[in-house]
Design a binder for this molecule. Structure first.
Ligand SMILES: Nc1nc2c(c(=O)[nH]1)N[C@H]1C(S)=C(S)[C@@H](COP(=O)(O)OP(=O)(O)OC[C@H]3O[C@@H](n4cnc5c(=O)[nH]c(N)nc54)[C@H](O)[C@@H]3O)O[C@H]1N2
Ligand SMILES: Nc1nc2c(c(=O)[nH]1)N[C@H]1C(S)=C(S)[C@@H](COP(=O)(O)OP(=O)(O)OC[C@H]3O[C@@H](n4cnc5c(=O)[nH]c(N)nc54)[C@H](O)[C@@H]3O)O[C@H]1N2
Ligand code: SF4
Ligand SMILES: [Mo]
Length: 746
């Protein structure tokens, strides 16, 4: 087919941030996707989702008009309790009617209950600019820091641990450094399925550069076959495993004394704490042979340069912070930081989870991780936004759910997330959200959360809008509109700014102060305060996302050197980039750490919160497969769904034998929180005693089963360990799809 035009953009799936060419025909259809060969980070490579999974953009079920639920008035009047509706339960509204209504309801709730009764989720799928204006609306006009997003359910453990150890949580190294790695650890990351293009560079490091690879994962992931040592720990035992490596490194004096002396603090105390973490103890507790622990310690410590890459197996735990600290301790003691090919790398998941966090989509910080409880920072933003700002950090995502349940929250504005698939313990989450006075969902599809919404706002997809995403290695890259908006959908930033204008106008009409948590008018100088709302109105009059970027960059030192012009010329720039002539920063910490010295942390081992027992004898681990994305809103509306059309639970052959089930048989999976039914795939991929269920399938949603206990510091739930029971169902089985996943037959 002949292209009408080709638009360069950034893939909207994962944090690798592959550059794509979207080939569009005269009918405005993206008929082909390929990758430019000369451009970072992917240099011509794409995975199956980037190449073949963009067809969701045209799915007939795209949201094309604002919608309101038919029983809206009854819910508002308290005559019925909120429940799930399907799309037929909603009727169309004009944009004006929808946005006026949302503005009016938000203001009414702010006036009656205070701004902190409102919470918003911004979106790691949306652009930096979309997220900047979203958090600005929440903070400046609604007066609350209750802004968060899926980073909480994702790398919160890593972020908290790295902040404590180094003072920065971004990936230390760039993707470009991967093919020339000398030695690296991959743990809790199923990289070939979740960051497939990065995985190709990692394999290249092993095959072409002879790099030493250490994999630590309970599952037999594909990279285990590329590893010199594969440490197959029992789920939830990472602290013991990594402390045992540290024990060996200290015992053998393989640590980097110079680095420890000049760049770190707390090593002496830390060594004291290491005594009991012997390889023999670790073997007993984690199931990993002591000899393999010693071998891995030697490979990592004796390398000139070594990097650590990790994913959800480390972070998504009630001890996620400790897991990340354990990895940081290792890097600090070996001096494997601050150079090319040496660092700590939490692989960021969503296309723009790095950017959404950078843009202030977190409950405790403005853009650029500037703390809301720091008076000098707050004064800067108050000045720039013309409004007094709330000093109180807001609620984290799971606390928002609980806040809805307790009545502390009244309104929930969800832009581009699907908490009723992605939160743990869905029965609890649904029960809590039913309690709210107002739910607004802004999405490209009608998802499981929209079923509970009062008002649904249709957004354009990445293919229909301009802006920037920031990938896993902090590279800011352009997103460009390849086609016209579908139906009456509008870009997220346009919707948010239009809404913000109406909120500001209504605040002005009321004479109420924006920004402050309460709705009441302060006693002094009411006119001056009310006028701030008018000023705020004009402050959402951006004509293009570039103007939003400029405003954010002015307020955020690490972005100040990045402009759309530069992105046009250079393709992408790694922050920190403080000035226009700064080249950007592919790797971090060459001279120092943001907190000064890197800090060692002594750790204790704590068991996962729920372990198997006679009633629920198996561990449930949840996660991802190559062909699907999270709650499935996008990939299940793509031809990718034909390859992997149903939920499949991986069961170890020994467990399958004991339960007398074979591949294709139907089973019930039950935990203390809920139950699902799905087919079995018998495979040695997961260890005996552990079953693995992807969380992509609404009809067998893994989060019906999971536990909503949180890591005390990071507030992340444990998606990798809870207890379940598996019971065969008397239903005819059939062929099973999961075999199409790499390595599934093992
Ligand atoms: N195809 C696809 N790709 C994706 C996504 C998707 O939905 N689909 N989502 C994106 C997002 S947001 C994210 S955050 C990333 C996540 O990417 P990953 O972190 O790679 O994904 P997961 O499948 O959640 O789990 C990773 C690994 O953790 C291991 N694990 C389980 N328990 C433990 C444990 O106790 N210790 C250790 N060390 N490991 C354990 C699992 O066996 C699994 O191999 O993927 C991104 N990429
Ligand atoms: N059991 C279990 N649960 C998990 C995890 C796990 O490993 N196991 N992982 C957790 C992790 S790491 C993550 S990151 C979360 C993900 O949790 P979520 O972010 O809630 O998941 P998504 O399905 O990616 O939701 C994105 C939504 O944005 C919509 N969307 C896409 N593009 C746009 C756009 O441009 N604008 C707007 N407005 N909407 C858009 C999509 O249709 C979709 O509804 O899930 C968490 N939940
Ligand atoms: S690796 Fe990630 S960014 Fe690259 S094409 Fe695949 S999903 Fe898209
Ligand atoms: Mo994630």
């Amino acid at each position: 087919m002949i292209a009408d035009h080709v638009t360069r953009s950034t893939c909207a799936y994962c944090g690798v941030g592959c550059q794509v060419n979207l080939h569009v025909n005269a009918e405005q259809v993206i008929f082909r996707v390929n990758a430019p060969h000369d451009t970072a980070p992917n240099y011509g490579r794409l995975c199956v989702k980037g190449r073949f999974g963009m067809d969701f953009v045209y799915h007939p079920s795209r949201l094309t008009t604002p919608l309101i639920r038919h029983d809206y008035a009854d819910i508002q009047a308290g005559r019925v309790r909120r429940g799930p509706l399907d799309l037929d339960g909603f009727r169309p509204l004009t944009w004006d009617a929808a946005l006026d209504l949302v503005a009016q309801r938000l203001i009414a709730i702010k006036v009656q209950h205070g701004g902190d009764a409102i919470a918003g989720l911004c979106s790691a799928k949306a652009t930096n600019e979309d997220n900047y204006v979203f958090q600005k609306l929440m903070r400046q006009l609604l007066g609350t820091n209750n802004v968060d997003h899926c980073a909480r359910l994702c790398h919160a453990g890593s972020v908290t641990g790295l902040q404590m150890a180094l003072g920065s949580s971004a990936m230390s190294n760039s993707i470009a450094e991967m093919p020339t790695l000398e030695c690296f650890i991959v743990t809790g990351s199923n990289t070939t399925e979740t960051h497939p293009v990065i995985a190709t560079f990692l394999k290249q490091a092993v095959r072409k550069n002879g790099a030493h690879l250490i994999v630590a994962d309970p599952r037999h992931i594909e990279l285990a076959d590329f590893a010199e040592v594969w440490l197959r720990q029992k789920p939830g035992t990472d602290v013991i495993l990594w402390q045992a490596l540290a024990h060996v490194i200290v015992r053998e004096a393989w640590y980097d004394a110079d680095f420890i002396r000049t760049r770190t603090e707390g090593f002496a105390d830390y060594i004291e704490s290491l005594e009991r973490w012997t390889p023999a103890y670790a073997q007993e507790m984690t199931g990993v042979p002591a000899a393999d622990i010693i071998k891995a310690a030697r490979l990592y410590a004796q390398a000139e340069r070594a990097a650590i890459y990790w994913g959800m197996g480390i972070s998504q735990s009630t001890h996620g912070t400790d897991n990340a600290l354990a990895l940081a301790n290792l890097a600090l003691m070996c001096g494997h930081l601050g150079a090319e090919g040496a660092g700590l790398n939490p692989l960021r998941g969503q296309n723009n989870v790095q950017g959404c966090s950078d843009a202030g989509g977190l409950f405790n910080v403005f853009p650029g991780y500037q703390r809301v409880d720091d008076p000098a920072i707050r004064a800067k933003f108050a000045w720039a936004w013309g409004a007094p700002l709330n000093p109180q950090p807001g609620l984290a995502t799971p606390e928002m759910v609980d806040g809805a349940g307790s009545g502390a929250l009244r309104a929930f504005y969800v832009m581009g997330e699907n908490p009723l698939m992605s939160e743990p313990n869905l029965a609890h989450a649904r029960h809590c959200l039913e309690n709210l006075n107002l739910i607004v969902c802004q999405d490209i599809f009608f998802n499981e959360t929209c079923a509970y919404a009062d008002i649904i706002l249709p957004a354009t997809s990445f293919a229909e809008k301009e802006g920037t995403f920031t990938n896993s290695d902090r590279r800011v890259q352009r997103v460009r509109a390849a086609i016209k908006p579908i139906g009456a959908a509008r870009a997220d930033w346009e919707i948010v700014c239009d809404l913000a204008g109406r909120v500001a106008q209504q605040l002005h009409a009321l004479g109420a102060a924006p920004g402050l948590p309460g709705g009441a008018l302060p006693a002094a100088a009411p006119d001056a305060v009310a006028n701030l709302a008018l000023g705020a109105l004009s402050s959402y009059a951006y004509d293009h996302p570039e103007a939003i970027w400029q405003e954010m960059a002015r307020l955020t030192p690490p972005f100040q050197g990045i402009s759309y012009d530069r992105l046009e010329k250079e393709g992408g720039v790694h922050w920190p980039c403080p000035t226009p002539d700064h080249p950007g920063s592919p790797y971090l910490f060459a001279e120092s750490f943001p907190r000064g010295r890197g800090k060692f942390h002594s750790l204790d081992f704590l068991q996962p919160h729920e372990l198997p027992d006679p009633d629920y004898p198996l561990i449930l681990s949840t996660g991802r497969v190559l062909f699907h994305w999270h709650g499935g809103t996008m990939t299940r509306r793509s031809k990718l769904d034909e390859i992997y059309p149903e939920a499949v639970v991986e069961v170890h052959p020994e467990d399958a034998l004991a339960l007398a089930v074979s591949s294709g048989a139907w089973v019930e999976l039950k935990s203390r929180r809920g139950r699902v039914e799905c087919k079995v795939l018998v495979t040695g991929r997961s260890p005996q005693g552990t079953v693995f269920l992807p969380f992509h399938f609404a009809e067998a949603a893994a989060n019906e089963l999971t536990l909503h206990d949180l890591d005390p510091l990071a507030k992340i739930p444990d998606y990798k360990v809870c207890a379940v029971r598996l019971t065969p169902l008397a239903r005819p089985g059939g062929a099973v799809s999961g075999v199409s996943s790499p390595g599934a037959r093992r």
